[in-house]
Design a protein around this ligand. Structure first.
Ligand SMILES: NC(=O)c1ccc[n+]([C@@H]2O[C@H](COP(=O)([O-])OP(=O)(O)OC[C@H]3O[C@@H](n4cnc5c(N)ncnc54)[C@H](O)[C@@H]3O)[C@@H](O)[C@H]2O)c1
Length: 271
């Protein structure tokens, strides 16, 4: 996809953060927008900020498989076709493997992994039919390295990466007209930490403060990098200097990155 003008773009989790910034950036490039979220008020605000001639909003819970498939049919009916699907909606959980509840673990997997997997599979036939499609799945730097107290989020985001990288190769091998990108943001200044669930012995305030300190990239900058990556058809889109640092450490050290993360976590997460 060399040009986004008049392309139909679907963005989940568009009511806040990276999703909202992506919606604005895509509107500025002339996209026709199908924006969805659980949060009706946030979604409405995003639509107002977009200034797009053709923007429609949809209430959608990405953890509901049947709702996603129905959503894909609705979008094709409303817009005629679909070119770009950005599976962005996500949540976070901070809890150790020992302490996290099954309910919280499932909550993260249902949204962060299954939401992306169903979002991809529901739209794939329509993206192929468009003749010029692109799937963009939002993973994380936590889809590149394991981090203490992030095992559920790690599991979901590593799964998104594996699923997405496999799909990219399949589309090429099958000569399908669908590009595929996996996005790995570092810390982005959004509402994600405020909306996160925490294990019962976690210091919620301290963790939110630490996130604010570490989240060095704005959502607008993130959206700019992601849109550029889409136009360049990048397989892996890294967002922020921290994401690049983690990518380099991962490549150089392999699994020996772990003592470094342990040292950082001892100071910041186990105090
Ligand atoms: N902010 C970061 O530092 C960071 C880093 C790496 C990856 N990410 C990923 O980026 C994506 C966007 O997160 P963000 O930082 O903009 O967070 P955010 O909390 O600002 O926005 C997430 C949006 O997803 C929506 N959402 C949550 N559950 C949903 C559901 N079940 N169905 C539909 N919508 C739902 C929320 O209502 C919200 O509007 C997520 O996948 C997140 O994991 C964020």
């Amino acid at each position: 996809m060399k040009d986004l003008n008049k392309k139909v773009a679907v963005v989940t989790g568009a009511g806040s953060g990276i999703g909202r910034a992506l919606a604005k950036a895509l509107a500025a490039r002339g996209c026709r927008l199908a924006l969805s979220d659980l949060n009706e008020a946030g979604l409405k605000q995003t639509a107002e900020l977009c200034n797009a001639i053709d923007v429609k909003t949809y209430l959608l819970d990405v953890s509901d498989r049947d709702a996603i498939y129905a959503h894909a049919e609705t979008i094709v009916k409303d817009f005629g076709n679909v070119n770009l699907v950005i599976n962005n909606a996500g949540v976070a959980l901070s809890a150790s493997v020992r302490e996290m509840t099954d309910d919280d673990f499932k909550w993260v997997m249902d949204i962060d992994f299954w939401g992306v997997a169903h979002g991809t599979r529901a739209f794939l036939p329509h993206l192929i039919a468009s003749g010029d499609g692109h799937v963009v799945n939002i993973s994380s730097v936590f889809g590149l390295i394991g981090v203490p107290k992030q095992s559920a989020y790690n599991a979901a985001k590593f799964a998104v990466r594996g699923f997405t990288e496999a799909l990219r190769q399949e589309m090429k091998l099958e000569n399908q007209p669908v590009a595929v990108s996996c996005v790995h943001p570092g810390g982005i200044r959004t509402n994600i930490a405020n909306a996160a669930r925490m294990g019962k012995s976690e210091n919620t305030e301290a963790q939110r403060k630490s996130f604010d300190k570490l989240a060095v990239t704005t959502p607008e900058k993130a959206a700019k990098v992601i849109v550029k990556g889409i136009l360049k058809n990048q397989s892996r889109i890294l967002v922020g200097p921290d994401a690049w640092g983690i990518e380099v450490i991962n490549r150089v050290l392999g699994s020996a990155y772990q003592p470094l993360v342990e040292r950082f976590s001892r100071k910041n997460l186990y105090t």
